[in-house]
Design a protein around this ligand. Structure first.
Ligand SMILES: [Zn+2]
Length: 75
């Protein structure tokens, strides 16, 4: 199942100054899901869409599973 990345914008915690801060989070959903249910969301408060998108791309790159012929074991 292939994942797609989308970026969600929301208001961050109130900061100093009159301009509300907008934060961005990367989310992933399954490509074939008509409801686009969220399968993953990054834990950061990204300040730009680009950062959030890159974060999603990094996550996506980790989703291919164990390589054939071997897998990483963590103690
Ligand atoms: Zn992130």
């Amino acid at each position: 199942m292939a994942f797609k990345i989308r970026i969600m914008a929301s208001h961050g915690k109130p900061g100093r100054g009159p301009v509300p801060r907008i934060i961005y989070k990367a989310e992933a959903y399954e490509e074939g899901d008509q409801f686009r249910e969220r399968k993953w969301q990054c834990l950061h408060d990204h300040e730009t869409v680009e950062h959030a998108f890159n974060c999603g791309m990094v996550w996506l790159g980790d989703q291919h599973g164990p390589a054939p012929g071997g897998r990483v074991e963590t103690a």
